[in-house]
Write a new protein. Structure first.
Length: 103
């Protein structure tokens, strides 16, 4: 089993000192937060198509070369980070609206 230091991807969420009450009320109306995330959904739809292609091509590259290309890895990890930040905000685990970036 891999330790936290050697594993390439790690997900963490800091416990907030204070939470926003208006966002907590907004979480009761879950669909409103979903509407606020529509721009993210649109961009991530197309990015997930690119990730699917990168993963399929990456399987073949690994099969023949033994190495997973760094650019493909960065794309998959970046999109996963973006989706995770978006999901954390949607579920109320963070009050910070997710940025439009893969870093």
């Amino acid at each position: 089993m891999a330790s936290a230091q050697t594993y390439p991807v790690r997900v963490e969420a800091d416990y907030p000192e204070r939470s926003s009450r208006p966002l907590a009320v907004l979480a009761l109306l879950f669909w409103i937060k979903g509407v606020l995330l529509v721009p993210h959904f649109i961009l991530l739809f197309f990015l997930n198509i690119a990730v699917f292609v990168a993963v399929v091509v990456g399987y073949w590259v690994v099969l023949f070369t033994g190495n997973y290309p760094r650019a493909m890895f960065d794309l998959v990890v970046g999109v996963t980070r973006w989706q995770t930040r978006m999901t954390f905000w949607l579920y109320g685990l963070t009050d910070k609206y997710p940025p439009f970036q893969m870093r």
